[in-house]
Design a protein around this ligand. Sequence first.
Ligand SMILES: Nc1ncnc2c1ncn2[C@@H]1O[C@H](COP(=O)(O)OP(=O)(O)OP(=O)(O)O)[C@@H](O)[C@H]1O
Ligand SMILES: [Mg+2]
Length: 348
Amino acid sequence: MSNIFYVGIDLGTSRTSVATSTGKRITTRTCVGYPKDIISKKRFGKDYLLGDYALDNRLGLNIVWPLAEGVIRESEKSLEATGLILRHIIAEAIPDKKESDKIYAGIGVPAQASLNNKRAIIDVTTDYIDKILIVSEPFAVAYSIDRFDETLIVDIGGGTTDLCRMHGSIPEKEDQITLKIAGNFLDDVISKAILEKFPDVQLTPRIVRRIKEKYGYVSEVSEPVVVTLTQNGIPAEYDITDILRESCLKLTNPICEAIQKLVGTFDPDFQEKLRNNIIIAGGGSRLKGIDRAVEKSLRDYGGGNAATVQDAEYCGSIGALKMCMEMPEEYWEKKSRATQAENRSNRF
Ligand SMILES: Nc1ncnc2c1ncn2[C@@H]1O[C@H](COP(=O)(O)OP(=O)(O)OP(=O)(O)O)[C@@H](O)[C@H]1O
Ligand SMILES: [Mg+2]
């Protein structure tokens, strides 16, 4: 007898997370490392390494981050890398899968991902996913917490910030905004700002990300943020309190403007309810003070109420899982290219 396994996948620019109907939760960085030369290939004994394992060994590898701004980059290597990540994470999540078993997957993509990108995902997974549902990331977040009434979801990821207005039915195009301003953008801003003030310090993307995740804030006040950085290998302490706040505001200000836009263009009878039900998700929801910063930005609009999700890491994949366990047949993607043109894939 064959079994059906349901899998919810949040395919993110920086992280990919999976939740399954068997209760498994797995997350990995969305990257693949290919050995640089014959020596590194000999050392690793593999054609590629995945996720954190690849990053821990990055000096011997060419690291490919296949997604940018939430969508698969247009290159053969990126398609291949996306396929490898998804294949391995599903195999790890469903270790007991038999040949005759079926995998039905829901995969989250940015609210405004193109049809081409959705097709690319279907194509790279065709060998190991039997049925696929492509869902908008913020809608998956809403689904995971059962919020279908007037609620504004703000999913701050690595490559994109996705906003989606819920109003009791499937959101339309005008209910969704995708901004290319998210965690990676903030890393760049912080890195440039530190180097402008301290031109000779040594920074890597990992150092900057760690500083941001540990100390980043958009509240009015903060304890002094003093970090140890090196200059020619010599460590010293640097005060980056103001740099960090000013940089983080460059992320939150455009997000607050997008929130105001979605509130301001909503049915006036329900604007108040929307303003008071703002849910912030994604890794960026962990930025200290972000809920209060959003509330403050809505003061001129009559105020508002914002909360961050409990489980920033898995709420997208759990929502995608719930959706694929509940969706009727007509919402699933057709796998053949010919029928895809008529497909209703833009619905979520
Ligand atoms: N405590 C924190 N403070 C600020 N940012 C954080 C914190 N923790 C994680 N992040 C950032 O959140 C981002 C990752 O979020 P998430 O995992 O939701 O992204 P993603 O789903 O991979 O990306 P996308 O949805 O854009 O494709 C990274 O930029 C990460 O540095
Ligand atoms: Mg995401």
